[in-house]
Design a protein around this ligand. Structure first.
Ligand SMILES: C[S@@+](CC[C@H](N)C(=O)[O-])C[C@H]1O[C@@H](n2cnc3c(N)ncnc32)[C@H](O)[C@@H]1O
Length: 227
C-alpha cells in the first residue's frame, strides 16, 4: 500500500478488510488498496475509471491515469476478486477505447450483459459528430439473479456543472443502477471515486459504500461531500 493510503486509512481509524472501511473515502491507488481487501466482500461495483483519452477540461483539470493503460488489468482483476460471486459491475468507459476495456474486462472474468446510454440535451464536444451521450457497460461475475425491475438502457443525462470534478456524474444518473443491481444495505465499491458521486448515490439509495481515490484534491472533495 502507498504511504498516502496508509496514512489516510490510519487517519480514519480504519483497517483494510475491517468493516470500518465501509462508508469511508480512502486516499490511495485502488489496486494497492483493494489488494488488502478480502475476497467477495462487496455487493456491487459502480465505477467511472479513466477513459484513456488524456482528458483535460477547459480549465486544465486532468485525470490521473487517463494517459496510459498500465493500471487496467491489475485494477479490474482486483475489483473482480473483491466482488461477490453472482453480482453486477457497472463501469463507464471511454467509447474510443471500447476494444481495450472489453478485452481487459473479459480477461478478468467479467461478462457484458447490458449497455447503458445517457442522452445529453447538449453536445459536450463537436468534431466528426455532436457528442451527446455518455456510456457504461453492465458486467457480471457469475450468474446474478435477474433484477426485479430492470432499468431502461437509455436514460436522461443531468449535467452537474462539474464543480467538484471535471467528469462529475449526477446522483440521478447512478441511483437507478444501484437500486436495480444491489439490495438495501449492500456495499457498493467505487475504486475510481473522483468526487464521490457513487457514494452519494449509494447513500441516497440506503446502501453503504467503499470509495477509493488516488488524487488528493478529489479525495478531499469526496470526503467533504460524504463526511
Ligand atoms: C472519471 S473520474 C471519476 C469521476 C467520478 N465519477 C465523479 O463523479 O466525480 C476517474 C477518477 O479515477 C481516479 N484514479 C485514476 N487512477 C486511479 C487509481 N489507480 N486509483 C484510484 N483512483 C484513480 C482519478 O483521479 C479520477 O478522479
Amino acid at each position: 500500500m502507498t504511504s498516502t493510503a496508509e496514512q489516510s486509512i490510519a487517519a480514519t481509524g480504519a483497517a483494510i478488510g475491517n468493516p470500518s472501511l465501509v462508508n469511508q473515502v480512502i486516499l490511495g491507488d485502488c489496486t494497492q488498496v483493494m489488494r488488502q481487501m478480502p475476497d467477495a466482500s462487496v455487493d456491487m461495483v459502480l465505477t467511472d475509471p479513466p477513459y484513456l483519452v488524456n482528458y483535460h477540461d477547459r480549465s486544465g483539470r486532468s485525470l490521473a491515469n487517463d494517459d496510459n493503460t498500465r493500471w487496467m488489468f491489475p485494477a479490474f482483476s482486483e475489483l473482480y476478486r473483491v466482488l461477490k460471486p453472482d453480482s453486477y459491475c457497472v463501469s463507464f468507459y471511454g467509447w474510443s477505447k471500447v476494444d481495450r476495456f472489453l478485452s481487459v474486462w473479459r480477461e478478468c472474468g467479467f461478462r457484458p450483459v447490458g449497455h447503458f446510454i445517457w442522452v445529453k440535451r447538449y453536445a459536450s464536444c463537436v468534431r466528426h459528430a455532436q457528442m451527446k451521450h455518455e456510456q457504461a457497460y453492465l458486467l457480471v461475475k457469475g450468474e446474478p439473479k435477474l433484477p426485479g425491475h430492470p432499468p431502461a438502457d437509455v436514460l436522461p443525462w443531468q449535467y452537474t456543472g462539474n464543480r467538484l470534478h471535471p467528469t462529475q456524474k449526477a446522483v440521478s444518473s447512478l441511483a437507478p443502477l444501484i437500486e436495480a443491481y444491489s439490495k438495501p444495505d449492500g456495499i457498493i465499491l467505487d475504486p475510481f471515486a473522483g468526487s464521490g458521486s457513487t457514494g452519494a448515490a449509494a447513500r441516497y439509495c440506503h446502501r453503504r459504500f467503499i470509495l477509493i481515490e488516488k488524487d488528493a484534491v478529489y479525495h478531499r472533495a469526496a470526503s467533504a461531500r460524504l463526511n
